[in-house]
Design a protein. Sequence first.
Length: 682
Amino acid sequence: MSEVSNIGEDFIERARAVVLENLSNEQFGVSELAEAMNMSRSNLLRKIKKQTKLSASQFIRQVRLKKGMEMLRQTSLTVSEISYQIGFGSTSYFIKCFREYYGHPPGEVGKRQLEDASVRTNFLKQWQWQIIATASVALLIVLFLLFKETPSSGVELEKSIAVLPFKNESSDSSNLYFVNGLMESALSNLQKIEDLRVISRTSVEKYRNTDKAIPEISEELNVNYIVEGSGQRVGDEVLLNIQLIEASSDKHIWAEQYSRKIVDVFALQNEVAKKIADAIEVIVTPAELEQIEKKPTENLLAYDLYLQALDPFFSRTKEGLEKAIPLFEQAIEHDPQFALAYAKIAISYYFLDAYQVEKQYTELINNHADKALLYDSKSAESLIAKALYYLHSKEYRLALPHLEKALEYNPNSAAVVQILSDFYARVIPNTAKYLEYALKGIQLDIAANDSTTKSYIYLHLSNALIQTGFVDESIKYINMSLDYNPANYYAPYAKAFILYAKNRNLEHTKKLLIKEWNKDTTRLDILQEVAKVFYYQEDYDSAFFYYEKFVAARESNGLDIFPYEDIKIGVVFEKIGLDEQAAKYFNTYAEYCERDQSIYKSASMAVKYAHEEKFDQAIEQLKIFSNQDNYQYWMLLFFEKDPLVAPLKSHPEFDGIIQKIEDRFWENQAKLRKSLEEKGLI
């Protein structure tokens, strides 16, 4: 067995031992296991998935169930006693999980042992000669089946679901917000279940008034189950019709009609989620059940105001958010401990402030996020609100644990996945995580409302793919992005570089970029890229033409963008005799290197030292960078094209370091591909 395999097995054995040490602790879950193993939750999830093909929570549950089976066989304890000793807070939940794992309830273990022994003895006595006589025939059949490619007849459906917008059956259209609230609650409760993939609200909204058939909708959404519902509010009663449909056959596998008092609306919402989960045999952990059964508020008037605010809130428009905030505030007046309302206010202010140069709502975001966490620290919305505050105040690393915890409480949150994707794309660059979350975002939000949104989703994915070296896949999705919206602002720009990765034709790349810039000469992002291509070609006069326009626009508008390009700008200005201006850009680049906290700092420092003709120091910085992981593919494609790097190529260690950087990139890419395949993301 390989050393890698042994390491993997040792890790799983240690993890299993830790779970067994905490067996009776019902609260011992994924986060606690990660802490006990002295590793991050994300690393724990990745390693357990790689070694066992199970999620971390499934692994913990499996350890508990196997110990339960052992105790059932070797002790005289009751099922109830064993369930609590192995960390199941509910005997009925233990029985459910046991039946799903072993195919029979725990109460039958002793009975089955006796029956199995008796059957085996009698069978061997009665049929021993027939067994011997047919052994050779059986062997031939087995060999035939082993080498014949036959599809499995018992394909297990993936547990994926979409909750379509509920229909308002009331003659009073003003009740629509209440029916929408019922749909939102059903969706929210199901999203808390890790064993289930739940399509986002934005993806299902487009089917509100559709006449498409269920199989067609399910194919577009890539799900195996659909929830349809309709309801109305009549006085103090809620009337709700709901049905669960197996998408491929358009067969109703569960349906229910409810007539409940408004005061029972929370119990109704919880019951619906649990009935759906049971019908498709989803595993719901005690922690998830606790989240589902949690009442958002005891005050029905506060809840009604909260529901009224949701539609304008989800519009994400300035007008919608400004309409939603007062409704959330009124809800808080009726229930000062309404965590969800506080969280939604914080999120609303974040989006109102997001594109403003002068931030107005920083303290309001922070105060409302803190209130949300105070009254419900296990709410994904509370954690999202606080994470957005940290993003707003540029305390990026403080945002990350809140986002990861939010995803733990709501594994299907498209909002969290989208934020994490952007986080690892821009804030703390990590190409592997960027691609993982971009792919998850596609899974959850594949059928977004319109072609424009789809176009940007595919652009995001294409960008993540090219950064990790998946060139052909990136080309596929950038073309899809342009198919959905040929007017996409960024897709042609990205495609120019993606095609360079494929064909390595810098002249063609330059022509494509100039063509895009001529469409809109205010595009500073493309402008500096055109200048950079001329710089790589050592055509400094042409590079100056474009760089001069870029720096003039950047300075006149007070923009702090592309600071890492300043050393190239300095070189170009120096080449045409503008030494004083060049020195300014060399200084600003040095300042950028000092404050840079990204994985690229050492590569940037290597370029700085190369310019200063401190070649040995530049090589030492490259050595540091060669030990980094998850850097962008562009490093392989463009680093050596930089004229500043040219003097380093004669250094005896340069080729070896560059080869190590390339080898490390492709080794990591191979691991990433395998990991994503195991997670079903590619």
